[in-house]
Design a protein around this ligand. Structure first.
Ligand SMILES: Cc1cc2nc3c(=O)[nH]c(=O)nc-3n(C[C@H](O)[C@H](O)[C@H](O)COP(=O)(O)OP(=O)(O)OC[C@H]3O[C@@H](n4cnc5c(N)ncnc54)[C@H](O)[C@@H]3O)c2cc1C
Length: 403
């Protein structure tokens, strides 16, 4: 158990807020300072691309807490306040002119969207990470006809689906020849590609964007084969950069995120959680960083519990979900690229199935496609058995062979 009486959290989004909530829930009575550089109260990002961009939700509906719940946490919330440096030896964080002291520090600064090079002065080029981003993009989509989305990851797919829902012409461009879906990787690429095509997206995979055309405002993008794709709005979903610039020179190990042990410890009394953190996985000995809402929540709970009770939590298993054109996709665990998925319920051809990733005879990941109940059961099976042999009747056909 830690004897910390002053806990400082940097980053006031889902990981930071969950840390504060869990600290109080576990009985911590000391002071909590939550420092966030956004001016908004903590909100969740998953609804931004699924519901706010389409116009179904107002930005407020993405909020993670109401003012009463925040007040009940009895914390000092510093909004619009950016931490600029960390002194590990002195146990201080600098925020503007103020030096904030901590006994324990939790870093939850997440990632920032990677911008498209050379487009800074061009109107109509967007990225999507924050609530301000989604408000700006939503406004421009209201007057747009043709949108080019750049990025073969899940965010690019979600933005393309939202733009189609708004009735816009959409071109989705990916540098890689396959579409990726979080930790599931490219296993479901052909299914996602089929979904996009059925819903009218012009899919251009395996192309770089070599030029963004326009004077003052974007008018088109040029692909590596010379194709000119007209676009009055371009959305770049081309990855992210961990928000660690303020930690340069702090002595923390920074390597595509903050390198931590399997409890999130990055330096004496300094923990990192969520999208910014690269935790050691004791099972595989790899240091992994994943951008998943629930993983951020679980790491926050684990660190808060460790600080209050001294108890370590079980390893956090990645859990991810998405929604494309009404198709609900859920994934739990790992999906090694060289292990084909195997169906355990439903049929990919029917648009409803659950599939497993099997490594050395053990289920190491399950993914559900429009089958939430069966996915839940498969996930429970995997958790209950700690995934020894296969308890479910797994077909011998790799899923890719049926598509
Ligand atoms: C549009 C979108 C849709 C998504 N959909 C899904 C989904 O369907 N499923 C899923 O599992 N995950 C999804 N994600 C990922 C999920 O939102 C992230 O995993 C989650 O937000 C991580 O939380 P976090 O608190 O670690 O980091 P963040 O949410 O990035 O929060 C970090 C906070 O710290 C602030 N900050 C940064 N630097 C400083 C500093 N120096 N001082 C003070 N504050 C600072 C940032 O401004 C930010 O407010 C989505 C992400 C986006 C952008």
């Amino acid at each position: 158990m830690s004897d910390a009486t002053r806990i400082v959290i940097v980053g006031a989004s889902v990981a930071g807020l969950t840390t504060a909530e869990t600290l109080r829930a576990e009985g911590f009575t000391g002071s909590i300072t939550l420092i966030g550089d956004e001016i908004h109260a903590p909100y969740g990002r998953p609804p931004l691309s699924k519901h706010v961009l389409t116009g179904e939700w107002s930005p407020d509906q993405a909020s993670l807490s109401d003012p009463d719940e925040l007040a009940a946490l009895d914390l000092r919330l510093m909004q619009g306040a950016r931490a600029s440096s960390l002194d590990v030896a002195a146990h201080t964080v600098t925020v503007g002119d103020e030096v904030v002291r901590y006994d324990a520090l939790v870093i939850a600064t997440g990632v920032r969207a990677r911008r498209m090079a050379g487009t800074r002065d061009l109107a109509g080029v967007h990225s999507l990470r924050t609530v301000d981003d989604v408000v700006a993009l939503r406004t421009e989509l209201g007057a747009a006809k043709h949108v080019a989305v750049v990025g073969a990851g899940v965010l690019g797919s979600e933005i393309a689906a939202a733009a189609r829902k708004r009735g816009l012409d959409v071109t989705l461009v990916g540098r890689s020849s396959e579409l990726r879906l979080g930790q599931v990787g490219t296993h479901l690429s052909s299914l996602i590609a089929a979904l996009h095509r059925e819903n009218g997206v012009d899919l251009r995979l395996g192309f770089d964007v070599t030029q963004v055309l326009g004077e003052g405002r974007v008018s088109a993008i040029v692909l590596s084969d010379g194709t000119v794709v007209p676009a009055d709005v371009v959305v770049a979903a081309i990855g992210s950069l961990p928000a660690t610039e303020w930690l340069n020179g702090s002595g923390l190990t920074l390597a595509d995120g903050i390198v931590c042990d399997s409890n999130g410890l990055a330096a004496p009394d300094v923990y990192a959680i969520g999208d910014v953190a690269r935790w050691r996985d004791d099972l595989t000995t790899a240091y992994t960083r994943a951008e998943h809402h629930l993983k951020a929540t679980e790491q926050a709970q684990a660190v808060a519990r460790l600080l209050v009770t001294g108890e370590e939590s079980p390893a956090v298993v990645p859990f991810f979900w998405s929604e494309l054109y009404g198709t609900k996709i859920q994934a739990y665990g790992r999906f090694p690229a060289d292990e084909p998925l195997r169906t355990i319920a439903g049929e990919p051809g029917d648009g409803r199935f659950v599939a497993a990733s099997v490594e050395d005879g053990r289920v190491v990941g399950v993914v559900g496609w429009n089958m939430p109940r069966d996915f839940r059961l498969a996930r429970a099976d995997m958790v209950a058995s700690a995934a020894p042999a296969l308890s479910s009747p797994i077909t011998t056909d790799p899923i890719g062979a049926r598509l």
